[in-house]
Design a protein around this ligand. Sequence first.
Ligand SMILES: *Cc1c(COP(=O)(O)O)cnc(C)c1O
Length: 384
Amino acid sequence: MTKKNHTLSTETKMAQALRYLDKETGAIVPPIQSTATYARDSNYEIKKPYWYRRDGNETTSHAEKMVAELEDATETLLFASGMSAATSVIDSLNPNAHVVIPKAMYHGVLNQFQTYETKKRLKISYYTAGNLEELSNAMQNNTSLVWVETPNNPDWAVTDISKAADIAHSKGAKLLTDCTATPPCATKALNFGADISMHSATKYLNGHSDITSGSLSIKSSDAFWEEIALNRKLQGSVLQSFDAFLLIRGMRTLFLRFEKATENAIRIAHHFEHHKLIEKVLYPGLASHPGHAIQAAQTSRLFGGMMSLITKGNKQTAIDVARYCNVFYPATSLGGVESLIEHRATVSGDDFPVHPNLLRLSIGIEDVNDLIDDLEQALERANT
Ligand SMILES: *Cc1c(COP(=O)(O)O)cnc(C)c1O
């Protein structure tokens, strides 16, 4: 029986790019708006809402509406990269603001915070990702921002978002979550109490490794959000319309891609969990992972395709596994349809706290048997 006046599900809306339909032509795909400037009307008034490309355009706005639909947000801003989204937030903090961030996290964001601290623009206290007691102890009465990456690079520690929100809010601080590894088809961070939900849309949201983009979403606007929006406009870090077009196209298949990546990842995690050449599999989808129960609730059991393998042997064994793969690409990044493998310590540098034998895997949507066979032959070769 068809229900009357039922609202369409987010899955339907994503597949249809929010039911886009050009009334004049019947076109069902949103066009790329390429103009850099917009003419005034006959009264010499600006035709709202657009006036100049640096402040946004129709294509980018359409992509923003799709992300907002996924996030259950009232507003989303898209940036030219995840890093420019993160930097806009950091830039918008008051001078000398106190922030609480994880000791290990996505290395670009960590470096950015530390650079600002070196320039005496803010003060940092650290906690171990996933450890709410340490997070609580790191809070001060004047803390302005708590940064949570969950699941957290590169060991996929899980942080309980609603508990982190309570801790942040008890001191009047904002909670920002970076749930790039579980996009909002799985984790709607704002619904768990995050004030700002950030994503590198370069990753799962776009899913085809052919743009960089970042998103920030909120439920209620305030002076801080307006500062971030102004920062984007003045820095010119808005997502450009060609890239927004690709992002729209990518998001149409987000649900399918993410479900398949999860299915593949679960198979791979189970296959290697008790493998003779593997020390440990770090994947929140495994019952043995300390964050499993929280993550099951925070993702509706869509654990995603990100995991790390700690190989037996030494650092060189791990590097050899990565370079002997023929199906996995030995490349950085994550969340694309193609699987990637990366020796993390090579990328993050010697100062970063990461196990020397850790390989980060981004599981794509290929035939899972090809992926398992590839890892098997690479492990075999690296150990002979
Ligand atoms: C990739 C990534 C970023 C940075 O995003 P870019 O689009 O590469 O600038 C931030 N956080 C996490 C968790 C990421 O994986």
